[in-house]
Design a protein around this ligand. Structure first.
Ligand code: ADP
Ligand code: MG
Length: 212
């Protein structure tokens, strides 16, 4: 079972939004998916409760069970091909455990200076732990292609650390979440759906290239 952890020590970057839509897109692409909510705010669990569909499975692991996370993942590994871990935007023991247990970390950030500064401790922890990771530029505005987002993308891509594609700020992400759906369910022909399918393809390629 592959374990993809959405992580960065900053709220509002899009961890839960991307976790939910990726979980759905991966399921549509043939994975059997379990999504873990490791954030006491319970954003992903609330989304799971509002869903009509049976998949993905949604599991909450509260902070007091941090020590059991590894065993919980091993326990479900036979039934699922992919676990997606959504974490709180804070440095805490369960977030650190999620980074250690992930086969790949996705680090979402908006193309802004504060988000660029905020990734430092997360990246240091991932490098210290020898983890595979990629940044996801999220909530890019359409005209940002030629400006700050493009500059940040070029810098991160030159390090070989940028997930593709850039994800734009689109109402579909917010509306799909509110409807308890992923964007590929909510508006399958939309641009958000196309981006998320591409992001899933990128994640999938990492597994093939690195064995993770
Ligand atoms: N690509 C996007 N387009 C539009 N809104 C987005 C996008 N990504 C996230 N958001 C919105 O930004 C806010 C924070 O996203 P969320 O996924 O909850 O972040 P986090 O889990 O990192 O705290 C939410 O209101 C969400 O709807
Ligand atoms: Mg969240």
């Amino acid at each position: 079972m592959r374990v993809v952890t959405l992580v960065t020590q900053k709220g509002g970057t899009g961890k839960s939004t991307l976790a939910t839509s990726l979980a759905v897109a991966a399921g549509q692409a043939g994975e059997t998916v379990v999504a873990f909510d490791l954030d006491p705010q319970g954003t992903l669990a609330a989304w799971g409760n509002s869903r009509q569909a049976e998949t993905p499975a949604v599991v909450t692991v509260p902070a007091e069970r941090t020590g059991e996370l590894g065993a919980v993942l091993r326990g479900v590994a036979g039934r699922f091909s992919l676990a997606i871990l959504d974490t709180a935007g804070a440095d805490n023991p369960i977030t650190r455990a999620a980074m250690e247990l992930g086969t790949l970390a996705l680090v979402p950030l908006r193309p802004t200076r504060p988000d660029g500064l905020a990734i430092k401790p997360t990246v240091e922890a991932l490098i210290r732990g020898g983890r595979s990771f990629g940044f996801v530029l999220n909530q890019c505005t359409p005209n940002a292609r030629s400006s700050r987002a493009a500059e940040m993308a070029a810098g991160l891509a030159s390090l070989g650390l940028l997930a593709e594609p850039m994800i734009h700020a689109r109402a579909d992400y917010q509306d799909a979440f509110a409807a308890g759906q992923g964007v590929t369910e909510y508006a399958p022909k939309g641009q958000a759906a196309a981006e998320i399918r591409e992001l899933w393809a990128w994640v999938n390629r990492q597994a093939k290239e690195t064995g993770k």
